[in-house]
Design a protein around this ligand. Structure first.
Ligand code: 6GU
Length: 404
C-alpha cells in the first residue's frame, strides 16, 4: 500500500519509522512518503496561512500550496488511479474499525494535515472535482487537536496493521475490541497468584485455569458484554448491535423479506441516506430524488429485498430479469445504512441477489456510479467488469459478470 502525507510538520510523522509500521516500511509492504507543504509555497516567507474572509478568529490554510502538493502527489502515480484523500479534522465522520478496514482495502491513500482553523474549502472541491480524488474528512473523536498529524499517526497505525504481513500473528486481528461490536474481554498471564503488595494476593479468575474451553469461552463472552455495557453502552443500542459475521455468513441473524408498499417510506429514507454523497457531489441523483410514489412503483417492477436488524431497515437490494433480455439478471439499489458500511454486508447482499436469479440466467448486471472508487472496487472484487464504458445516464456505468 502506498501512503502520502502532506504536513507543515513532517517531523511529526517520524514515529512511523518505529515498531511494526517501521518494519513494514523497510520490508516494502508500505510505501510511505511524507511531504512538507512549505516546499510547495512560492514566496520568500513560505507562507501557508492567511486571515479568514468574513472575519473570525485564527488563520486559514491558503489553497495554492495545497493545490500544488496534491497535483504533484497525483502525478507521481504515473497514470495510476488517484489516491483516496483523507483529511483529518474534528468536523469529520467518526473514524471506526469499519473505516480502517475500508481504508486498508485501498491501494493508495493520501493524507492532508490541516492546522489552524482549517484548509480553504476550495481545496476539497479541487481535489474531488478537478483531480478526481475521493475525499473523506475523518475525526478521531469529539475533541479538538491542534492539527491532523497525530490523527494521521493513529489512522495509519489502525489501517496498516490490517494489511497482510504487517502484524505477525493474523489471529490476533480477529479477537479484538470493535471487530464484532463488543469490547474485548480482560486478559491475564503468569503468575496465577500475584503478590501485589505485602499481604495482598491477586489471583487470576479460576475458570481460566480450569482447562474447560467451553466454560472459558462463555466467561469471556459474558465479560465482553458486561464491559461493553459499563464502558460503551452506545454500542449495545439496537441500532448499532448489528453483529455481521464475516464473509458469506454476513446475513445470518438478519431478517430478509420481500418489500411491500408498507416498506416504501423507510426504503426512501435509506436510499436518500445512501445516495446523499452523490447528491451532494452532482446536485442531482435519480435514486435520492424519488418520491414515495416512485418507490412504490419500483416495488411493482422489481423484487426488492429488505434486510432488517431488530426491526431497523439496515440494507436493501432489488432484482429482476432485464426487460430486454431475460437471460440478464439486473441487480439494483444495493445499499447498506452508512453507519454499517464496511462490514461485508453489501458484498453478502450482492451474493444473495445473484443467488436469487432463476435458472436460465447467463449474466448479472448492475448500474453503478463512476464516482465511487470504493463501490467500483467492491464490484471488481466480486467478479464484475465494466460492460459499457459510459452508461445511458451521465456518470454511471453498467458492470456485469457471467453466471458460472
Ligand atoms: Cl482527526 N483532527 C483534529 N485537528 N482534531 C481532532 C481530530 C482530528 N479528531 C478529533 N479531534
Amino acid at each position: 500500500m502506498r501512503l502520502d502525507v502532506i504536513s507543515i510538520f513532517p517531523q511529526y510523522l517520524a514515529p512511523l519509522e518505529l515498531s511494526l509500521i517501521g518494519r513494514a516500511r523497510r520490508e516494502g509492504l508500505l510505501d510511505l512518503r511524507v511531504h512538507d507543504l512549505r516546499d510547495f509555497t512560492q514566496d520568500r516567507h513560505r507562507t501557508v496561512d492567511d486571515t479568514p474572509y468574513g472575519g473570525g478568529a485564527g488563520m486559514v490554510m491558503t489553497p495554492e500550496p495545497w493545490g500544488l502538493a496534491l497535483r504533484q502527489v497525483v502525478r507521481s502515480g504515473k497514470g495510476e488511479p488517484p489516491p483516496r484523500l483523507v483529511v483529518p479534522g474534528p468536523g469529520g465522520a467518526p473514524f471506526t474499525q469499519a473505516m480502517a478496514r475500508a481504508l486498508a482495502a485501498e491501494p493508495w491513500l493520501a493524507f492532508a494535515c490541516g492546522r489552524y482553523e482549517g484548509i480553504d474549502e476550495r481545496v476539497y472541491e479541487h481535489a474531488a472535482q478537478d483531480l478526481g480524488l475521493e475525499v473523506s474528512v475523518v475525526s478521531l473523536g469529539d475533541y479538538v487537536l491542534n492539527g491532523g498529524e497525530v490523527a494521521v499517526l493513529a489512522i495509519v497505525e489502525a489501517v496498516a496493521r490490517l494489511l497482510p504481513g504487517v502484524v505477525g500473528n493474523a489471529d490476533s486481528l480477529v479477537e479484538e475490541s470493535h471487530e464484532d461490536g463488543l469490547l474485548e474481554y480482560p486478559v491475564y498471564t503468569k503468575p496465577a497468584s500475584w503478590q501485589a503488595a505485602p499481604g495482598v494476593r491477586r489471583d487470576v479468575p479460576p475458570v481460566l485455569l480450569s482447562g474447560d474451553h467451553a466454560a472459558i469461552a462463555s466467561w469471556r463472552q459474558q465479560q465482553r458484554l458486561e464491559r461493553t455495557a459499563a464502558r460503551r453502552p452506545d454500542l449495545l443500542h439496537p441500532s448499532q448491535a448489528v453483529a455481521v459475521a464475516p464473509g458469506a455468513d454476513a446475513l445470518a441473524g438478519l431478517d430478509l423479506a420481500v418489500a411491500t408498499p408498507a416498506d416504501a417510506a423507510e426504503l426512501m429514507t435509506l436510499t436518500r441516506a445512501c445516495w446523499a454523497p452523490e447528491m451532494a457531489q452532482q446536485g442531482t441523483c435519480g435514486a435520492a430524488q424519488e418520491t414515495l410514489q416512485d418507490v412504490i412503483a419500483g416495488l411493482a417492477v422489481w423484487r426488492t429485498w429488505t434486510v432488517r436488524s431488530q426491526g431497523r431497515l439496515v440494507a436493501s437490494v432489488r432484482t429482476r430479469p432485464s426487460p430486454d433480455d431475460p437471460s440478464r439478471w439486473q441487480i439494483g439499489r444495493l445499499m447498506v445504512a452508512p453507519d454499517l458500511q464496511g462490514r461485508g454486508l453489501g458484498r453478502a447482499l450482492l451474493a444473495f441477489a445473484e443467488a436469487d436469479a432463476p435458472s436460465g440466467t447467463t449474466t448479472y448486471c448492475l448500474d453503478t456510479s463512476t464516482r465511487s472508487q470504493t463501490n467500483l472496487r467492491m464490484f471488481r472484487k466480486a467478479g464484475y467488469r465494466v460492460a459499457t464504458p459510459q452508461g445511458a445516464q451521465h456518470g454511471t456505468v453498467v458492470v456485469s459478470k457471467a453466471r458460472r
